[in-house]
Write a protein that binds this ligand. Structure first.
Ligand code: BGP
Length: 487
């Protein structure tokens, strides 16, 4: 059963929703040099090489030596305009309030507050924008849940400091986080330090043999700096306001062994360790897990970790565990008949599950499994801060959108959340992903829609950007009203 205080709501991220990428002093982020893609075609990061020739490289892969990020004329960058939340937040928040949201998860664009990332003082227009957004939430009694970093390091820091490869990023992030905590004290209580922090390494696993030891060395090092930055933020957040509840945010995948071959059972356990527990343990327990040494040895990783870093980790444990959940994934030492993709994962197709048009498994029981597993490990309050179905929507002649598939998806996941609560899990909130349609992070598409609210914009950026309620809008309203009993 869901309690009276359960935090029902929805989630978006700045880079996928705000647009206004160069408005009011905002600096560019990496997402602004990332093109649109599709289920078949990857998103590309665009650049000019050292001789001035334009080029592009698949998102997540390194730029060629000497190249610099560039916006190319013949490319389309869907994040530049997002869904124009920057100018329409009042209308959007009113629509969320119409569903009875108790919580709204969003992120702060780093380069809107610090256009380069290394300035001493923030961009006042940026600071003001978020203050207005939070005040708007307050008007309706909606608690903001704020992600400090959601995939959008300022481009200037990437180019001039090498991004998270550089220890100095910890200090820049710290300044950014401090500004957030102090400026929005009293308006925001719930915070997340890094979105899906475990992706860095999961993404390398996804590239298979293409990623060599040097890339793992870099990936684990970046993660370490992010762990320290997160721990610093937690401490600053607590000093600024002891009421702050600060969480980690993990890309949650439930791993299953493909067979009962003991090799598969062990591989499955190790997938949990590598993909899920490695980050969760550092952020929840304040120290590296015992298996970390094995993971590093696998790729000859040798990390820059100081004594002071270890103290910071210890003093910067998060207050709650949050995660995204879309699917489970099958791992096996045996060759799979058929493989499927997923959110930063790929694996064998599970014959017991249905798959979305983007190949993501529909597995509500996997959510229950994940919740129970994680609560048992950390015994901290948990929130599911992303969950949803990316699907094609059709507008009927009368303007309605009958998205029963989306309702089914959420219904089944909510049922399993209730089961996990009955099993003792301290689940305190649920913010569905993309409560309003937005630009897909993975493919850059608009047509991969998650929302209860439709946004009139297509994959080429055409449309009025008008908002429209889908059937799921009315359904979710009822769910919240009935505290999850009327599904
Ligand atoms: C997560 C991200 C989100 C979001 C979601 C859905 O990895 O935190 O930003 O986009 O996945 O993924 P996609 O947009 O690729 O469908």
């Amino acid at each position: 059963m869901f309690s009276e205080s359960f935090l029902w709501g929805g989630a978006i991220a700045a880079n996928q929703a705000e647009g206004a990428w160069n408005v009011d002093g905002r600096g560019p982020a990496k997402t602004d040099v990332t093109t649109g893609g599709s289920v078949k075609e990857p998103r590309y990061v665009t650049y000019v090489d050292k001789d001035g020739n334009p080029g592009k490289v698949a998102h997540g892969r390194p730029l060629p030596e000497g190249a610099s990020y560039a916006i190319l004329e013949d490319c389309y960058y869907p994040n530049h305009d997002g869904i124009d939340f920057y100018h329409r937040y009042k209308e959007d928040i009113a629509l969320f309030a119409g569903m009875g949201f108790k919580m709204f998860r969003m992120s702060i664009s780093w380069s809107r507050l610090y256009p380069h990332g290394d300035e001493e003082t923030p961009n006042e227009k940026g600071v003001e924008f978020y203050r207005n957004v939070f005040k708007e939430c307050q008007k309706y009694g909606i608690e903001p849940l704020v992600t400090i970093w959601h995939f959008d390091t300022p481009l200037y820091l990437e180019e001039n400091y090498g991004g998270w490869n550089n220890r100095r990023l910890i200090g820049f992030y710290e300044r950014f986080a401090r500004t957030c905590f102090t400026e929005y004290k009293g308006l925001v209580k719930y915070w997340l330090t890094f979105n899906e922090i475990n992706n860095t390494v999961m993404m390398l696993d996804l590239f298979g043999n293409e990623a060599g030891d040097a890339e793992y060395q870099a990936g684990y090092q970046q993660l370490h700096y992010q762990f320290v930055a997160s721990a610093r933020a937690v401490q600053i957040g607590h000093e600024t306001d002891p009421d702050n509840m600060i969480g980690c945010m993990i890309c949650g995948i439930t791993f299953y062994p493909g067979t009962c071959d003991p090799e598969d059972i062990l591989l499955n356990r190790h997938s949990w360790e590598r993909g899920i527990f490695y980050c969760g343990d550092v952020q929840c327990k304040g120290k590296y897990p015992t298996f970390a040494k094995r993971l590093w040895a696998e790729h000859k990783v040798n990390l820059d970790i100081t004594e002071q870093d270890l103290k910071e980790l210890k003093n910067g444990c998060v207050d709650m565990y949050t995660f995204s959940y879309y699917m489970s994934s099958v791992v096996s030492t045996h060759k799979a008949q058929e493989t499927v993709s997923g959110n930063f994962t790929a694996g064998a197709k599970n014959p017991y599950l249905q798959y979305s048009d983007w190949g993501w498994a529909f597995d509500p029981k996997g959510l229950r499994y994940y919740l129970e597993m994680i609560y048992d490990r950390y015994e901290k309050p948990i929130m599911v801060v992303e969950n949803g179905l990316g699907a094609y929507d059709k507008i009927e002649e009368d303007g309605s959108i009958h998205d029963s598939y989306r309702i089914d998806y959420h219904r089944e996941h909510i049922k399993e959340m209730a089961n996990a609560i009955d099993n003792g899990v301290d689940l305190i909130g649920y913010t569905t992903w993309g409560c309003i349609d937005l630009v897909s992070a993975g493919t850059g598409e608009m047509r991969k829609r998650y929302g209860f609210i439709y946004v009139d914009k297509d994959d080429e950026g055409n449309g009025t950007y008008d908002r429209r309620k889908k059937d799921s809008y009315y359904w979710y309203k009822k769910v919240i009203e009935s505290r999850g009993t009327e599904l």
